[in-house]
Ligand binder design. Structure first.
Ligand code: CA
Length: 238
């Protein structure tokens, strides 16, 4: 199972950027655009799962439209010990020290590089003893070669051009290679949680992927249909 990250951030563009970057690393992202949404997610997790943490790690912005992110840190620390990293444009030492004392594991000043964020997340998770399994980012089987980090796809040694959506769908399948990916998982990964019912998107884009990647698109050998459930990318060569 992939690790879940709760991102509380009101900047829609940063949310999108982080969602794409974290998905590529195999993290599952839950997002909240305001303090009240973040608090609601925490309360929901507490109610539904009996106090189980809503995620494996929290990324928290401070300046939110309806209040201060600090309030969420306080609410979280009353129940949970999961790692939390503050992401904020504010860089006064006093503020950083206060948040670290209040239970934040780390503090990253915006703008930051994705590489640095990922490294700090790994450190925070390691300190909490969370086991990190490296995400599958390379796939090779039956003439298909995919390198997610390089965003490169080849068929029989020839580069294949995919649209961003086609690539995102292939990436979601590569990360689960060998296992069944359900319609809902794929729709949530590629189009977002609000589109999990739109299975016609999947049929359309799966058809496009097969046309580009399968020797005989009508008789797929790599991108298999699991009737009524989802799709499966055949397990890679070891
Ligand atoms: Ca903000």
């Amino acid at each position: 199972m992939s690790l879940r990250v709760l991102l509380v951030e009101d900047d829609a563009e940063l949310r999108r950027t982080l969602r794409d970057a974290l998905a590529l690393e195999g993290y599952e992202l839950l997002t909240a655009a305001s303090l009240s949404e973040g608090l609601a997610l925490l309360a929901h997790a507490a109610g539904v799962h009996g106090g189980v943490a809503p995620a494996d790690l929290v990324l928290l912005d401070l300046g939110l439209p309806d209040g201060e992110g600090e309030a969420l840190l306080a609410a979280l620390r009353r129940r949970h010990t999961l790692p939390l990293i503050v992401i904020s444009a504010r860089q006064a030492d006093g503020q950083k020290i206060r948040l670290l004392d209040a239970g934040a594991d780390d503090y990253l000043v915006k703008p930051f590089g994705i590489g640095e964020l990922l490294a700090r997340m790994r450190v925070a998770l390691r300190h909490r003893g969370t086991v990190l399994r490296p995400a599958i980012t390379l796939y090779q089987h039956g003439g298909l070669a995919v390198d997610l980090a390089a965003r490169a796809v080849q068929r029989d040694g020839e580069p294949v051009h995919l649209t961003p959506t086609e690539f995102a769908l292939l990436a979601a399948l590569v990360r689960r290679a060998g296992a069944v990916a359900t319609h809902r998982q794929l729709l949530a990964d590629v189009w977002g949680a609000e589109h999990v019912e739109q299975t016609h998107y999947l049929r359309l884009y799966m058809g496009q992927l097969r046309a580009k990647l399968e020797a005989e698109p009508a008789d797929p050998q790599l991108l298999l249909t699991e009737a009524g459930v989802g799709y499966r990318l055949v397990a890679p060569d070891d």
